[in-house]
Design a protein around this ligand. Sequence first.
Ligand code: UGA
Length: 438
Amino acid sequence: MKIGVIGAGYVGLTTGVCFSHLGHEVFIADKDPDRIGLLRQGKAPFFEPGLEDMLKKCLEKGGLHFTLDTSEIVAASEVIFICVGTPPRENGSADLSQIEQASRDIAENLNAYRIIVEKSTVPVKTSYWIERTIRLNLKKPVEFDVASNPEFLREGSAIHDFMQPDRIVIGVSSERARNILLKLYENFNCPIIVTDIASAELIKHASNSFLAMKIAYANLLADICEKTGADVKVVTKGMGLDERIGDKFLEAGIGYGGSCLPKDVKAFIRIGEELGISMDLLKAVDRINEERLLAFVDRVRQALWNISGKHVAVLGLAFKPGTDDVRESPGLKVAKLLLDEGAIVHLYDPQARENAEKILPPGENTLYFDELYKALEHVDAACITTAWEEIVNLDVDKARNVMRTPIFIDGRNIWECEQIIQKGVEYYPVGRPRGRTY
Ligand code: UGA
């Protein structure tokens, strides 16, 4: 098929490159000339395992095109995916102005039947506004369909998630759109749910909010475990073996970050409230998550007595391993809170330094390092904020020798307490009995 994609972010680029890899002819438009320039040279504008290789191969093979001009893709594609950003506004609701602009751009160039598919995370009923905007801005009468096909990929495993999804959701309002989209996905080996558009739109926000709720619940349990001497890892393992609960997304720690869960929970709260529905459940999820960071810094205080003037390493600035994305990054937020308390922070991340520096510029008390053990030199404590493999596999003996005091405050529960304290370090996990030998 001929497929158009508007927006070359995580979702758009992964979607476009994967469809191209599967043999479709793909046209991707983005308004950012630097991004399009990079992509045309086969360079991914962000770190996502495997994406750049696949991009290069698709470009070499032909059939993958990048453009600044949306009109080109509207003319060339039967199915057009809208994958532009829906960033949060001050009040938590999603800013849909890029979706509106994409809809106008499509309308102005539409001259044959097309299916316009929302793939970005959008509030329920957004398809109504896309349909209306296109209809009102058409230059001549043309038939078109709007559909919803939310994307569930995770950063860090985007290609795997796209190629082998747990499910595909298709929301349509016509038989014609249904058949075309089913054809597009016919070779995927997973359940396909075909439904009305509002339900499809809701599945995305409902899923992300549920995942956030699981994490918040695990974090609430961690607090109870800490007060009672129980171990949250054991408690969640015991719960997770119940198939109705499942063991995924029950890792307690420093809270969820990233460009999706925090924003989507807030947006879903606004959606519900605008419909007159009490969203207290999700408000509690949001609150529990924000409190994790303060609790984590309290833990640092507990370990160091006074934070002011202390050198503290923050290991991990990406919001999770496998990405260089620092949006809503717990590591960066912890670094800021420590700086506010007068600490000198030593920052390390194997991939995200460049992005982190844009948000938290280097300075007298904000020191960036390119090497893990250099970041640990002379520190009074180290915070573990992202579970990168390199950090999980840290040589604790080597670290202990360069740190001023060997204290680890772990926001990701990456080590086993018993084993780690035998190495002569003080270790503060989350929701687990801790050992102090130091
Ligand atoms: C999330 C969803 O998992 C995807 O299904 C969805 O497609 C995507 O948002 C989106 O809406 O585009 P992502 O933001 O890439 O994906 O990251 P996750 O893997 O969900 O992790 C989010 C945060 O939760 C991370 O900070 C992670 O460290 C944290 N987390 C995750 C926990 O604290 N505990 C857990 O048990 C799991």
